[in-house]
Design a protein around this ligand. Structure first.
Ligand SMILES: Nc1nc2c(ncn2[C@@H]2O[C@H](COP(=O)(O)OP(=O)(O)OP(=O)(O)O)[C@@H](O)[C@H]2O)c(=O)[nH]1
Length: 332
């Protein structure tokens, strides 16, 4: 939007100057109104206003400017309709852009039909609609590609869970949110016990299928507000809203589910889980490390269990982490 705004100002400014030199003051005022609208919206956007709102206002503002210029100067200004329409397709949602360009076509036709022959008018309408059509296809393709790239960058292709990169971003943003709002949040790391044996006994393809079903089951048990990530091969992470106790209950639910689930007939597959609640002033790395240490303890105590890293709120921040202070949560 900044690029479009800057280009808009650079394109209009020379016209405003030359019109001032020729004494066309109505046009000068219109040009200056459009320029000041662009600048004000740019400042509004930089001050943190919602991007979608700013870009919609921006598109409406320069579309109205274009219509005003045509209504003052007549068909000589019709060429401004094309860049205005193209800009809309890259600024606002496609449905909104279509509505704006159709309404603009109708308004422009109403403004110039008396001054143009039927042939000239139909020539304008056809070329204007063609420009809108090409812009639509181009912008739609761009939006699809953007969505696909964003998915490829953040989704694990095997299981459809969010990937490690998405986890890193989510943890960073939770830590930064916590420093502002202190809404309690916990990390749950789930590791499938002896997963290698599944690969060894049934083959890698069955191992893959197992991981896919495992994620389906996990998605069935976590809440909509909780996000599932694939952390590594057979390790998954849930960022769970709430305190350690709530995350502990969720973890027990997950552990019990897989103990019963029989994802492979006659082959019980259990999980070990480490849980840590984010502490004040804790970094993402420290938070993750405490959860990982709790998982390590769950593994070393015999697997198929949940271990909790004690809440930092009751401990001085300076106490270095020691495995012996981990609390094992007895199996249900
Ligand atoms: N089928 C399949 N296997 C994978 C995938 N990613 C990792 N693995 C396997 O997961 C296994 C992980 O083995 P380990 O780290 O020894 O863990 P484990 O056998 O679960 O043992 P513990 O975690 O100690 O209980 C390895 O055999 C990897 O080859 C995958 O995408 N598909």
């Amino acid at each position: 939007m900044m690029i479009q705004g800057t280009l808009g100002v650079l394109a209009i400014l020379p016209f405003a100057v030359s019109r001032a030199l020729q004494g066309e003051w109505v046009m000068v005022i219109l040009d200056l109104l459009i320029i000041s609208g662009i600048v004000s919206l740019g400042v509004y956007g930089r001050n943190g206003a919602n991007f979608r709102t700013v870009s919609t206002l921006f598109t409406l503002m320069y579309t109205s400017g274009m219509l005003a210029v045509i209504s003052v100067k007549g068909p000589d200004m019709l060429f401004w309709a094309y860049p205005t329409a193209i800009g809309g397709y890259f600024m606002v949602r496609l449905k909104v852009a279509i509505s704006i360009s159709v309404l603009s076509a109708v308004a422009i036709t109403a403004l110039v039909y008396e001054a143009l022959s039927a042939f000239q008018l139909s020539g304008f309408v056809v070329t204007y609609l063609l420009v809108c059509l090409f812009s639509y296809f181009f912008a739609a393709r761009m939006t699809q590609d953007k969505q696909r790239l964003a998915e490829q960058a953040t989704i694990d292709p095997l299981t459809g869970a969010n990937n490690r990169r998405a986890l890193d971003d989510a943890i960073e943003s939770r830590v930064s949110l916590f420093s502002r709002r202190a809404a309690p949040v916990s990390i749950v790391i789930i590791d499938i016990d002896y997963f290698k044996r599944i690969n060894d006994e049934y083959g890698h393809a069955v191992g893959d299928l197992f991981l896919q079903r495992f994620v389906e089951y996990l998605n069935g048990v976590i809440r909509k507000s909780e996000i599932l990530f694939r952390f590594g091969g057979e390790e998954f992470v849930v960022i769970a809203e709430g305190r350690l106790e709530e995350a502990s209950n969720l973890s027990e639910k997950i552990r019990g589910l897989f103990e019963q689930a029989q994802l492979i007939p006659d082959h019980a597959v259990t999980v070990s889980i480490g849980v840590a609640e984010l502490g004040h002033e804790e970094t993402s790395r420290e938070w993750m490390k405490r959860a990982d240490d709790a998982l390590y303890l769950a593994k070393s105590l015999g697997r198929n269990r949940v271990c909790l890293a004690p809440s930092l709120e009751s401990k001085p921040k300076t106490v270095s982490f020691d495995e012996s202070i981990l609390v094992e949560k007895e199996n249900a």
